[in-house]
Design a protein around this ligand. Structure first.
Ligand code: NAG
Ligand code: NAG
Ligand code: NAG
Length: 339
């Protein structure tokens, strides 16, 4: 009958995680076949009780030396052998007995990739979750660092939401601080800071139109000429202003004799709210030239008249004008150059 033995071969890979070691064993499954260790030199076997075939397989796997097993389905007896049948034993037909034996003479490298990753990844996920919650607790202290972790978690805690608000507020404050510095710079007075005073007449006696002339070396590309007057109860008369670069004949002032009849080229201001502040006067009999002049009876405080002209830094210029006084007291006439 042994000649008619038909072997049903199945190849089964059993893997099992034992602690941190993963062992796999490629086994051939023989149904209704029993392995008997009959020859001399056959190793002793170990008999254990197994719930089913699978449990017996596992028992073999756990036993590091096991290479063959027989499982008796009638009494759940699981017998483990160190040998494989081709070495020492013999195979006989026996109902309800399953024999499984190692295909190759050794253990296969563990196909651990899937099992290992699953077990490795799940604790990692847990770790990262706990890290997230703990980091949101600490976010309250450090604002900058926490912003990144807050973005990652986003949906989680209220603590992180509060932190985000704090961060936004602090950055907004910084921006505001930078912007506030801008103040309105120009007034007719502030521009006189650092200007050169060409003329200072105080409580001047009466005088007819008198020409004043100065040479000036420009320090900026745009030079401001400023005149400031006060004359309580009487008035100053100003006419025929001129600025020319020395050696040229080009008039650099616009409407220097006021004869356009307008304030073209000129600006004036009355920062002290003086009464009778200066204005453009038409009176051909009272002018130094032409029909218009600047009449100024600023009372109680000074007022200002000024004009910018383009200049070359380091170049010399001649500034000239005519001034007439109908004396009243107190009075002052000041002329400034530069910006
Ligand atoms: C002009 O000079 C007088 C002294 O003669 C001085 O008291 C006054 O402050 C000066 N004016 C200016 C605007 O500097
Ligand atoms: C100013 O000048 C005019 C001449 O244009 C003269 O009549 C007047 O008395 C002066 N004084 C005042 C305060 O206007
Ligand atoms: C001039 O008057 C304006 C209101 O018309 C006032 O705001 C300003 O403070 C006054 N300036 C001076 C120097 O009195």
């Amino acid at each position: 009958m042994r000649n008619t033995i038909v072997l049903f071969l199945f190849f089964i890979i059993i893997t099992q995680t034992i602690s941190q070691d993963i062992r796999s064993l490629l086994l051939t499954k023989l149904n209704n076949i029993q392995y008997q260790c009959t020859n001399y030199g056959c190793s002793s076997s170990t008999i254990v009780l197994a719930l089913n075939l699978r449990a017996c397989e596992i028992a073999c796997l756990v036993n590091i030396d096991c290479r063959t097993l027989t499982f008796d389905q009638s009494n759940n007896q699981c017998e483990l052998f160190v040998d494989i049948p081709s070495q020492y034993g013999s195979l006989i037909i026996q109902a309800n007995i399953i024999t499984m034996t190692a295909v190759n003479n050794g253990q296969l490298p563990a196909p651990m990739t899937i099992d290992t990753t699953t077990s490795t990844y799940s604790p990692t996920t847990t770790t990262s979750l706990s890290t997230t919650s703990s980091s949101s607790t600490t976010t309250t202290t450090t604002i900058r660092t926490s912003t990144t972790s807050t973005t990652t978690t986003s949906s989680t805690s209220t603590t992180s939401a509060t932190t985000t608000t704090a961060t936004t507020t602090s950055s907004t404050t910084t921006t505001t601080t930078t912007t506030t510095t801008t103040t309105t710079m120009f007034t007719c007075i502030s521009s006189l800071t650092g200007a050169t005073m060409l003329l200072n007449l105080t409580n001047s006696p009466s005088q007819s139109y008198t020409q004043y002339s100065y040479n000036y070396i420009a320090v900026t590309t745009s030079t401001r000429l400023t005149l400031s007057f006060r004359m309580d109860s009487k008035n100053w008369s100003l006419d025929t202003l001129s600025v020319k670069r020395i050696g040229t004949s080009t008039e650099l002032l616009t409407n220097g004799d006021f004869d356009s009849g307008t304030m073209s080229g000129w600006a004036s201001c009355n920062p002290n709210n003086a009464t009778n502040f200066g204005y453009l006067q038409y009176d051909p009999l009272y002018t130094q030239s032409g029909s218009y002049y600047w009449k100024d009876a600023s009372t109680g405080a000074v007022d200002y008249l000024y004009q910018y002209f383009s200049s070359v830094v380091g170049a010399s210029y001649t500034i000239s004008f005519y001034l007439k006084a109908d004396t009243g007291l107190p009075n002052s006439a000041n002329v400034y150059i530069g910006s």
